[in-house]
Write a protein that binds this ligand. Sequence first.
Ligand SMILES: C[S@@+](CC[C@H](N)C(=O)[O-])C[C@H]1O[C@@H](n2cnc3c(N)ncnc32)[C@H](O)[C@@H]1O
Length: 263
Amino acid sequence: MPGLMLNAELVEDEEQDVKDPMRHLMNTEDGLVTLPTNAAQLLSFLPEQSHLTAEGGILKLSFSHNWGSLPRPLNLSLTVDASPGCGGIAWPAGQILATYLIQQGPDYLRDRNILELGSGTGLVGLVAGLLGSTRTWITDLSILMPIMEQNIRLNELENRVFTSKLDWASPTSTNIPKPDLILAADCVYFEPAFPLLVDTLDSLATTHTEILFCYKKRRKADKRFFGMLKKKFSWKEIVDDPNRAAYNREAITLLRLSKLKDA
Ligand SMILES: C[S@@+](CC[C@H](N)C(=O)[O-])C[C@H]1O[C@@H](n2cnc3c(N)ncnc32)[C@H](O)[C@@H]1O
């Protein structure tokens, strides 16, 4: 009975998730939150970086691009620190989404309210600030606020990028203006948070909001997230990214979500 087997596996997965929320992101040998071992292969198209993101310290990322109006390369310094949890390191999905924003260029972000969910180090939203956006909010759990604030200061983006605590369990507490663009990278990994993330997207978005969602498939239970999502949103894979084939091989996809109807 393969169907029953699958359900039993999903139920077990769910139970384990509640006991250990970070287990899908852990290195099983030493229990540390680390990047997947195949990240080195991904790095060939990701920004040049000073060291592996899981090592802690200040990580320097250099994004190459052809925009004459921006410094070349575009450099970002990030404090990375795995001690506050998985958000303290710069995940490949975040680097992929940041790289995509750079490809779109400064005009794409101009005069838009931008909100990033589950920002971790703030990587994606900080890149929006480096591209010239003056209205970007990077959000996460309160434990990540110090690292995000430090990263804003490190990149001198205090007048462009702002932090806000936004826990998907209580998204209405935010005082951020209604976003035109929502960004989210690698936010599907903890099953009990799936409905919270869908509800957060639902409460923040209208049918006019653009949502860029970079997703790393880790396990079968992720299907449940998309089952919940499809009740409120439709989505399409972004196909104009020249790096797409390479990250698709690593089970990462970049999606554009659209809300089905306004409340
Ligand atoms: C795998 S990390 C990705 C971080 C970052 N986006 C990146 O790509 O480097 C997942 C992020 O989701 C955040 N997160 C998890 N549950 C959350 C919740 N209930 N509310 C807000 N953020 C949450 C974590 O704190 C973490 O920063």
